[in-house]
Design a protein around this ligand. Structure first.
Ligand code: CA
Length: 236
């Protein structure tokens, strides 16, 4: 069963971006851009997860969280501005399961959503009784490579590969889109976030680093260059 997520965010561009990414992941989405409307929707529907911005018109996110918490135990991830430490603390005090600081890389948000749904939502509790983390979601395999996104661990034939956060996100993006050629702009969005300003050739640099650490070290040809387009990892 697909998870049903309410995205509460008044920045239209960001809300739209999150919606597209979550749809792509197979989640069902509702959006709200106003705290009061969001609270009504959250009380009315049984969401598996709510992404809740704090600075909102109508009612602020912390107030939405407080009122919702009196009625229901829907898990909430807060979207907070950088350095808003007090908001994070009071949000977690009021029962938010996690928070993510804006700007964020989409892969980080997706990872936190997967974890929150796995740990807190009713659908994963009823669907997944196996408790078998080794074969759980969030693990990508290619030849001897195992990328465990929940543990943030990459190994090849059991040998640990040290990747930086962005190299890891890049590899996850390519593995999540196996056989799909990703252009530099798409990869840049995934790896550096929607508000990154800088050179797109940073992507080529990350590819070079990954190739040194994996392809050369383990004698494989994993990330393929599609000339004039971008990069792809082909299925075996
Ligand atoms: Ca806002």
């Amino acid at each position: 069963m697909e998870a049903y997520i309410l995205v509460v965010e008044d920045e239209e561009k960001l809300a739209r971006f999150i919606e597209l990414e979550l749809n792509h992941e197979g989640y069902k989405i509702d959006k709200a851009h106003d705290g009061r409307i969001a609270l009504d929707m959250a009380l009315e529907n049984d969401y598996d997860l709510i992404l809740l911005d704090i600075m909102l018109p109508g009612l602020n996110g912390l107030e939405v969280l407080r009122r919702l918490g009196k009625e229901k135990d829907t898990p909430v991830i807060l979207l907070t501005a950088r350095d808003a430490v007090m908001d994070k603390v009071s949000g977690l005090d009021q029962g938010a399961v996690d928070y993510i600081t804006k700007p964020f890389a989409i892969e980080e948000l997706l990872a936190r959503i997967r974890v929150a749904i796995k740990l807190y939502s009713k659908i994963s509790r009823s669907d997944d009784n196996s408790n078998d983390k080794e074969d759980g979601e969030g693990i990508y395999r290619w030849n001897g490579l195992v990328l465990d996104t929940l543990k943030h661990l990459a190994t090849y034939d059991g040998e640990e590969i040290e990747l930086t956060n962005r190299e890891f996100i890049m590899l996850e993006s390519l593995l999540r889109n196996i056989d799909i050629v990703m252009n530099r702009d798409e990869l840049l969005l995934e790896v550096c976030g929607y508000d990154y300003i800088g050179e797109t050739n940073i992507i080529d640099v990350y590819v070079r680093h990954i190739r040194t650490k994996i392809d050369e070290h383990f004698g494989v040809k994993m990330i393929q260059t599609v000339r004039g387009v971008g990069y792809v990892i082909r299925g075996e």
